[in-house]
Every structure is written in structure tokens, then in C-alpha cells.
Design a protein around this ligand. Structure first.
Ligand code: C5P
Length: 299
């Protein structure tokens, strides 16, 4: 008895960040897009609860958290507790999404674990309950369940799907050493003590998406965490400039970074930009389209 669930990486086309709330989280107005870089998670019935992780060549295995705090095990324990069943099962995760890269790799695995556990154990958890459990695990995990393109508000956990009928071409360049999300938010607080209570509106990106024109979307892309991320890692600014000089319409830090994503005008444009970045010495350059589906059963 086993089941395999696929979950996608996410990028933020808009990430408006407001001044920290009393609970320490920042109010967001964000637009997520799931793109075609995936982790696959297989759950097999077992007497104990455990997880093993296999990583793609571009991922440092030491960077993947193991032990009981692994987000996959936390997801399984949370859903099992909710359903009143014992938390057991052998999880196997095949990772292609950069770790600690600002692409929600851990969140994708958590979302996949919730779906796999629910289906394998026939729990029939309602969508609303799954989304609430996902939000308890992390702010962007509800989006990993939903996928596609969606607006996120609250601390990012309140997700509303957005109609996005086009396909957008992205080139993603991970960096060997990850960046901690809390550290980037803390640096945002230092750089922007005057940040508005209400985050910058996602409306311009939503309007650009509706046109289907890559140049319009490129101009509208916005990320309030880019400045703190580049301040912590100045080389990210050089990478963005390089990709834009090599034909990308626009480069930006993905979420809290350090992965940098480039929007390109076409498949050929993405391949050309990717080839130039590889030629310039960037060892790992991934090409993907979005939007793609949220966590779903593939076997
Ligand atoms: O929700 P999640 O566990 O992904 O958040 C990780 C950390 O990122 C939080 O502990 C917090 O420091 C920061 N965060 C934030 N505001 C958000 C989302 C995350 O400050 N809206």
C-alpha cells in the first residue's frame, strides 16, 4: 500500500510586506505562482513513522532538516492527531526544489504529506480542514495545496485562486547556501522601521497577469524582501543584473531568497538566458513554466 504525491515550487510575483504584527508575523499582500519544479513524496504503510530524503544533484543533502522536526513528520502527526488515528507511515521524499531557497520546498513537502496521509489512510478530511492544518504548519503551505496562481493575504495563509490563463516562462538560479526566512524578515524590520501597516497592493500584478503580456508582468513584479535579501547577500544583485543583461525581461529574488528567478518572454528566451547564465559559471540553472497544479496524487 503506497501513494505518491507531487508538489510544486512557488514563486511570489508580488510580495507586499507590512509592518510586523503583534504576533511577530508580517501582514502580506502577495501573488503566488506554482511553477514546474517539483518534489515527489511517496507514503507507504508502516508500523512506525519515518522519513528518508533523496536529493537532486544540485541540492546539498546536509541542508535538508531531518529528525522529528522534519516538516513531513510534523504534517503527518498534525493530521493524524486531527483525525484521531496513530501517526505511522514511511515517507520517501525526492527533492528537486532548492532547499531554504525562497521557493517553498519544505512547504511543498508538507502539503504533499497532508494529501498523501489523508488519501492513504482514507481520512476524507475536508478541504477547509486541510487548509487550516496547512496554515498551522506554515504560512505558505495552504498555497502549496491549492497551486496555480493565487493571492495570499493575512500572513500569507489566506489563499484566493486567481484566474491566470497564460503560461509564463521562468529561469531559476539557486545558491548553494540557503537564507533563513526569519532572518530576512528581521532584516526587513531593520531596514524599514517605517513600513506601512497595510502592505503594498498586489493589484498591479493581477492586472498585468490578465493581459498575458510578459513585458507587462515583468514591469509589475514586486518583492519587498528583495532589498533585505540583497543587503544580506550582495551577489544576488549582481546575478539579477547579469540575467537581465542576458535577455531576461526582469530578475528578482524569489520570496525571501536566495534563489533568483527571471521572467522571460518565451521558451526560446528562457533557454537562451539559462544557457548564458550557465556559460557565466552558474552551475545550477533551472527552467520552468507556471502556473502548474498544487499537491496532487500521481501514483
Ligand atoms: O509561517 P512560516 O513558518 O513559514 O514562517 C517562518 C518565519 O517567517 C516566521 O517565524 C516569521 O519569522 C517569518 N514570517 C513573517 N511573516 C509572514 C510569514 C513568515 O514574519 N507573513
Amino acid at each position: 500500500m503506497s501513494i505518491t504525491v507531487r508538489a510544486a515550487a512557488k514563486i511570489n510575483l508580488h510580495l507586499g510586506v507590512g509592518r510586523a504584527r503583534e504576533d511577530g508575523f508580517h501582514p502580506l499582500d502577495t501573488v503566488y505562482q506554482a511553477i514546474g519544479i517539483h518534489d515527489d513524496l511517496t507514503l507507504t504503510a508502516a508500523d512506525d513513522l519515518g522519513v528518508t530524503t533523496h536529493v537532486a544533484a544540485h541540492i546539498d543533502p546536509a541542508a535538508v532538516p531531518d529528525g522529528p522536526d522534519n516538516i513531513v513528520l510534523r504534517a503527518a502527526r498534525l493530521l493524524a492527531g486531527h483525525a484521531g488515528v496513530p501517526a505511522t507511515g514511511a515517507f520517501e521524499v525526492r527533492k528537486d526544489i532548492p532547499v531554504a531557497g525562497g521557493m517553498a520546498g519544505g512547504s511543498a513537502d508538507a502539503a504533499a504529506a497532508l494529501v498523501a496521509y489523508d488519501r492513504l489512510r482514507d481520512l476524507h478530511t475536508s478541504d477547509d480542514d486541510l487548509l487550516a492544518l496547512a496554515a498551522e504548519l506554515g504560512s505558505d503551505i495552504p498555497f502549496s495545496l491549492v497551486g496555480g496562481t493565487a493571492r495570499g493575504t493575512g500572513r500569507g495563509e489566506q489563499v484566493t485562486p486567481v484566474e491566470d490563463l497564460h503560461s509564463w516562462w521562468w529561469v531559476a538560479v539557486p545558491t548553494t547556501e540557503g537564507l533563513s526566512t526569519p532572518a530576512v524578515y528581521a532584516h526587513f524590520d531593520r531596514l524599514r522601521p517605517d513600513a506601512p501597516v497595510v502592505p503594498a497592493s498586489a493589484e498591479p500584478v493581477l492586472a498585468a497577469l490578465a493581459t498575458g503580456e510578459p513585458l507587462r508582468l515583468a514591469r509589475a513584479l514586486h518583492n519587498d524582501l528583495q532589498e533585505p535579501a540583497i543587503d544580506l547577500r550582495p551577489e544576488l544583485g549582481d546575478l539579477i543584473a547579469l540575467g537581465e543583461a542576458e535577455g531576461a525581461l526582469r530578475g528578482m529574488v524569489s520570496g525571501s531568497g536566495p534563489t533568483v528567478v527571471f521572467l522571460c518572454d518565451s521558451a526560446d528566451g528562457a533557454r537562451a538566458t539559462a544557457a548564458s547564465l550557465t556559460g557565466a559559471g552558474h552551475g545550477v540553472v533551472l527552467t520552468a513554466t507556471g502556473p502548474v497544479a498544487g499537491a496532487h496524487v500521481v501514483a
